[in-house]
Design a protein around this ligand. Sequence first.
Ligand code: SAM
Length: 274
Amino acid sequence: MVSCFTGELNGSYLDLQTSNMPHFVYIYHKKSMSTAQTIKVNYGIDAPGVVRNLFLGGLAAFLIPVFFPVITIGSVIIDTRGLFWTAGGCTLGGILMLAYSLYGKYKHRDRMLNLVSWTGNEQVLDIGTGKGLLMIGAAKRLTTGKAIGIDIWNAEDLTGNTIQNTVKNTIAEGVADKTQILNENAMEMSFADNTFDVILTNMTLHNIYDKPGRQKACTEIARVLKPGGVAVIADFRHAKEYKSNFDELGTQNTLYRADYFRTFPAVSVLVVKK
Ligand SMILES: C[S@@+](CC[C@H](N)C(=O)[O-])C[C@H]1O[C@@H](n2cnc3c(N)ncnc32)[C@H](O)[C@@H]1O
């Protein structure tokens, strides 16, 4: 075991330790501190590279017609002013993606969580938890239950996507005692069959780029979900593919249409009952 974060958080002394393989395990020790420190909750910006490229592309598409409205190459004359539309489209896309990360995803999280009839005793799994958006949201609805978040911590999928930042969020949100964070891949989970009452996953499965991999993740979800349990799966791509995977697995599945108001790109939600 090696320490990967040690410091003061909310007046507590935190010693975050990681085992090398295969799971992260975190342990925190509370000691009274003389000065309380406030931690800010931060759930990050989704796909920051895409947001950056949209703004840069928008800027380039704006500047080209400003400085070179007409480009002549030999006998070919190119009117570049049509690029203003491209500039507008790219910039709007960047703004809408930022708006989702800063505002929309909290409404979207609540929409997902409201699809579950909570008793407070559930064992919950959030797949691709990132900085804990769904895991922490679920933990706040629990009394004796527990929420586990798993991830492989892809830096390009979310700003500040590290287990340390996720642990900080659980402490800042007051749910550290109801949560556990593990380093696991959606395609190969270590949990026993029929472990979870509720499984949540948001904007994660599309990051598995091959179809058999996504099918494997769906099979794993069906395997670790308890009979009578519910999985809420949200993504902006492949929703029909996920439904067809679960149809083959024999669960009861309802696909809710994409939400164009709170999410960008628009996210569809699939509810799976085993
Ligand atoms: C766009 S982020 C969304 C994070 C979080 N669900 C949310 O809504 O804020 C996608 C997350 O999926 C994780 N991820 C990607 N592929 C994964 C896989 N095969 N298994 C587990 N997590 C994965 C990434 O590391 C990242 O944290």
